[in-house]
Design a protein around this ligand. Sequence first.
Ligand SMILES: [Fe+2]
Length: 289
Amino acid sequence: MKIVHLTDLHVQTRPRPSELLGKRLIGTANLYLLGRRAKFSPQVQQAAVDAALAESPDAVVITGDLTAQALDAEFAAARALLDPILRRFPTVMIPGNHDTYVRENVPGERMREVFGAWMGDGMPALIRIGDVQFATLETCRAHPLSSGYTPPDQLPVLGKLLDNAGEAFTFLCIHYPLRGRRGEAYGPSTRALANAAQVEAFLAQQRHIGAILHGHEHHGFRTELATGDGPVPVLDPGASGYAHLPDVDRRAHLNVYTVRDRRLQEVRRLRYADGRFEEEPGGAYATGR
Ligand SMILES: [Fe+2]
């Protein structure tokens, strides 16, 4: 099984004045006055989709932040961008904090109106595609800062799903990192999962998790986390929609995983260069960027 992992595409449209309330007002100021807008590029987003199609994977997983501010027009644009993937390949996706920008009864409710067919029946969920499974766990909420939160009542529910997961290789999909690139608790707290320690303590008791996939941190990295089966790889490709800024060597990435015989056999990481995605020189994460 070949799995393409995209994250943090951040498809962006300009908000209407009536949409400029609360957090979006701050977000829009960040995007347009502080230059964040230039950090993401429609050309790169399209190239990421083209690269995913070229891999002809058995499944695609997207770990959130499809949009910049959860605007209706952004969800529609993200749906159009991803349509060639969604029509051809089984896909699983979860919301990121940018997709849950405004208060909802359940985080991700608005995203679900457009992408519900690829989000499972709710969170947590266990979604089987061929020989692999994707377990999802909520880590996002609308919040004045960018900190996330996992409702603690989701943990025992996920535990039951994992207990019954059987032997298929299981990816746990979350948006927020738990650890940073040096294995430290991920921070700063304004950008971190507020109850990461609680989630980690839970995961330390769980079996049947083969790897953990996340996004949120736009500069990708690979680390490890202890589970009931021992340490498992934790993988963040880095933002797949990042504009290419050669002067600071900043570029978009996506990952490609091969699962065979119930094991993660190979991790490839592709990076954006000259209008397309290419293999990361030296292998996944070798460049340190
Ligand atoms: Fe995020």
